[in-house]
Design a protein around this ligand. Structure first.
Ligand code: AMP
Length: 515
């Protein structure tokens, strides 16, 4: 079934009601979304492209951008959302790899993006701006807004998401209509989405979090979204009282807590705060509860898989444990495997492997890479390290709760000993006066690799590197103590709030070796 048809079946009968509440009188009703989407689908169909052709969209967040996503689904084409922060070399790589037939970009970027598109034989380049103008919108004028959504099989591709690439070159994760539908259905049920929910939507829509978890979730519930172009703590505080649901990366929650007018009263109508895409610090989880009375629900997923695990919404499904990402979602299986390929015992750290109807179809044009990432018995290797059960944040968690302890590639092997950065970061973050930290491995002539801790200290605190090292020596085995501690103003993050450890590795790679 076409994902759009599934979503459309939940649109409210009253198509004049609001689907998107947008500041500055840019609201959109369900009817406007439906017709706007149909006209874009008519335009796409008029290009005579084979089903499955790619529509690449390095565009700003806008209601029309959302319609372009839905129109691509309706027309049986494959939507390829891209961050507008990407520059020449990145777009050249994406266009060369995905070979889109259509590129939609902001007018201000047309000049240089057109050249890259031309060099990659893209047949159609049109513009779409944040304010809803652009040559795409002009081209729609001749269409009447009546379009029969193309029927596709569950296996047909709906989207390609390039992984955010905090490590290595981006790979295009192929997601089918069936993958996205199954995940949206599961989340509707598990988080109890209802048509009277109002989602405060402040995430970008070029990423799984804002597009699939947020947008698909709200549309499938027939629920309204308050649609903000980006996150800003002050404007979030203004809009929160009208919302019942908020989704964010951990940084959103950290920033909200720095605002003195972020109070329980502001959150009076919220039934659920959801966090994901990067680890939520226990400190944030606890401070948030203290300030608002709300227990943030942390969940875990990735571009290749959609959502995999979630802390429960309903008490009947269990408690929410800080420091864990909850349990495998219904229909999803999660196992932890040791380096010998054998299942780990409860509490033991290993590789997180997953299975389910939400798991992607493979990496676009990379059959070998795809093969590498699946086990012989068909489980997808997430690349994340974790454990089931065991102790999280000083509490014994049930054996079906997953805790993530770091990326597989994040593992540092120092003199033959395994060092998990997440564990060391936990100890550093516990030091009074530390705001946050990131531990990375760098080459070392003797140990092969050693760890370097990059630490942000709270404003007004005086703490030096040697104090941190001395403290750690009293807490953890010597081989785990970072050989170098560096104090910085802030950690580099990508747009989804993930710490870019690759940049830190690069910056500090020469600390112990000559080149
Ligand atoms: P992306 O494909 O950009 O969404 O990145 C997926 C990766 O983000 C996962 O493989 C995890 O490493 C990380 N991630 C997502 N959610 C969480 C979470 N709640 N806690 C820790 N890491 C997370």
């Amino acid at each position: 079934m076409n994902l759009y048809s599934l979503l459309e079946a939940s649109f409210p009968e009253n198509r004049d009601s609001l689907c998107l509440e947008i500041p500055e009188d840019r609201d959109r009703t369900w009817g406007e979304i439906e017709i706007g989407t149909a006209r874009m689908a008519q335009w796409l169909a008029s290009l005579g492209l084979p089903l499955g052709s790619r529509v690449a969209a390095p565009i700003e967040k806008s209601p029309e951008g959302l319609m372009l996503y839905l129109a691509s689904l309706r027309a049986g084409l494959v939507f390829l959302p891209l961050n507008t922060a990407y520059r020449d070399a990145e777009l050249d790589y994406f266009f060369g790899n995905a070979t889109p037939s259509v590129v939609v970009c902001p007018s201000k970027n047309l000049e240089w993006i057109r050249l890259i598109a031309l060099a990659n034989q893209v047949a159609h380049v049109v513009t779409l701006d944040e304010d809803g103008s652009g040559s795409l919108m002009t081209a729609l004028a001749v269409f009447d807004g009546k379009f029969q959504t193309v029927e596709v099989s569950d296996d047909a591709l709906a989207c390609i998401l390039y992984t955010s690439g905090t490590t290595g070159r981006s790979k295009g994760a192929m997601l089918s209509h069936g993958n996205l539908s199954s995940n949206a259905r599961t989340l509707r049920q598990y988080w109890d989405w209802k048509s009277d929910d109002v989602l405060l939507h402040m995430l970008p829509i070029f990423h799984i979090h804002g597009l699939f978890v947020g947008v698909n979730g709200a549309l499938l519930a027939g629920a309204k979204m308050i649609w903000l172009s980006k996150f800003d703590a002050k404007s979030a505080i203004r809009h929160l009282p009208k919302a019942t649901l908020m989704m964010g990366v951990p940084t959103f929650y950290v920033r909200l807590l720095t605002e003195s007018d972020f109070t329980q009263e502001v959150c009076r109508n919220i039934r659920l705060f959801i966090s994901g895409s990067a680890p939520l610090l226990l400190e944030t989880f606890l401070d948030f509860k203290k300030r608002t009375g709300h227990t943030i629900l942390e969940r875990y997923g990735m571009s290749e898989t959609g959502m995999l695990a979630s802390n429960p919404y309903h008490d009947r499904d269990g408690a929410r444990f800080g420091g864990t990402v909850g349990k495998a979602l219904p229909g999803v299986s999660i196992r932890i495997t040791g380096e010998d390929g054998q299942p780990c015992k409860v509490g033991e750290i290993g590789l997180i492997e997953v299975k389910g109807p939400n798991i992607f179809k493979g990496y676009w044009q990379m059959p070998d890479k795809t093969k590498e990432e699946f086990t012989a018995d068909g489980w997808f290797r997430t690349g994340d390290m974790g454990r089931l059960g065991g102790e999280a944040a000083g509490v014994q968690t049930p054996e079906d709760y997953v805790s993530i302890v770091g990326r597989g590639k994040d593992l540092i092997i120092s003199g033959g000993f395994n060092v998990y950065p997440k564990e060391i970061e936990g100890f550093i973050d516990d030091i009074s006066g530390v705001e946050e930290s990131a531990v990375v491995g760098v080459p070392h002539p003797d140990f092969g690799e050693v760890s370097v801790a990059v630490v942000v200290v709270k404003v007004g605190t005086i703490l030096d590197a040697s104090e941190i090292q001395s403290f750690l020596k009293t807490k953890i085995a010597n081989f785990k103590v970072p050989k170098k501690v560096v104090i910085v103003k802030e950690l580099p993050r990508n747009t989804m709030g993930k710490v870019q450890k690759n940049l830190l590795r690069e910056e500090f790679r020469g600390c112990f070796i000559v080149n």
